[in-house]
Design a protein around this ligand. Structure first.
Ligand code: F6R
Length: 253
């Protein structure tokens, strides 16, 4: 796992955006895996700025989102469909039929999960996946205990995750209890992964990730077994590692 240490959130966002833009600019069909939440918002702002300067077209890109809440319609302000429109898609030239996000309102959610896997395959597989990480080590909405062999599936959200996400909702009661998420095996099939981590509150989480123990009780730990993961983290997120001098065993750029 390669680590890029950044000064702050802005630098983390710029660094990640630069990597994405360089790959998208190659112009060949490209499947870009996207995340929601607070962490990638800055990256999306950078991509929009770059697009507005006439730099990069997304017409040849298929985007594949990690997850969506069950029961929220596409127009619900808290759905990840809405988030992606609001933060990125409305500003760039990514064709709407190339924007893949699980449908959390599907009548048959199992069929939707299978369909999603098929659509990822049809797109040629994810070339670059952007990930954030939950305090409990979740990636996508794969909570602790999720099988490393899991594929796109419906999950029951952990209380800790619902509490963390309650900041986006009027009250915690309105945070959905379920979501559809790419599975851990699905995520691991991405050719390249950029894991973005920002802030003091993630410092212990990232330290646990980098101690190298791979266990299902800490889903992100599987990333230690992926051949091409880059962690892009800011100073605050790396503070526990720096205190513990753990960086010796990693090449921190
Ligand atoms: C969102 C997602 C989640 C978030 C994680 C961190 O699509 O898959 O795993 O990346 O919950 O969220 P933030 O960035 O809000 O701390």
């Amino acid at each position: 796992m390669k680590i890029i240490a950044c000064k702050d959130y802005k630098e983390m966002s710029q660094t990640a955006a630069k990597e994405i833009i360089a790959l998208v600019k190659k112009g060949t069909p490209f499947t870009l895996g996207l995340a929601t939440g607070s962490t990638p918002e800055g990256v999306y702002r950078e991509l929009v700025d770059d697009f507005n300067q006439g730099q990069t077209s997304y017409s040849h890109v298929t985007s594949v989102n990690l997850d969506e809440y069950v029961g929220l319609s596409k127009s619900d302000l808290n759905s990840y469909h809405y988030y992606m429109q609001a933060k990125l898609f409305q500003y760039i030239d990514l064709p709407s039929d190339q924007q893949l996000i699980p449908d959390g309102t599907a009548q048959d959610l199992e069929a939707e999960c299978e369909n999603y896997e098929q659509n990822i395959l049809k797109s040629g597989g994810v070339d670059l996946q952007i990930l954030g990480i939950g305090h409990n080590g979740h990636i996508g909405f794969n909570e602790p205990g999720t099988s490393f062999t899991s594929r796109t599936h419906v999950v029951e959200l952990a209380e800790k995750t619902r509490k963390a996400n309650a900041r986006f909702f009027p009250s915690i009661d309105q945070v959905p209890t379920k979501a559809v998420t790419m599975g851990i095996a699905t995520i691991m099939e991405s050719k390249r992964i950029l894991l973005l981590v920002s802030g003091k509150s993630k410092a212990d989480t990232i330290a646990r990730l980098l101690n190298g123990t791979v266990e299902e009780s800490f889903p992100a730990s599987i990333l230690n077994l992926h051949a091409d993961v880059t962690v892009i983290a800011d100073e605050e997120a790396l503070s526990t590692i720096n205190e513990n001098k753990m960086k010796k065993s990693y090449s921190i750029g």
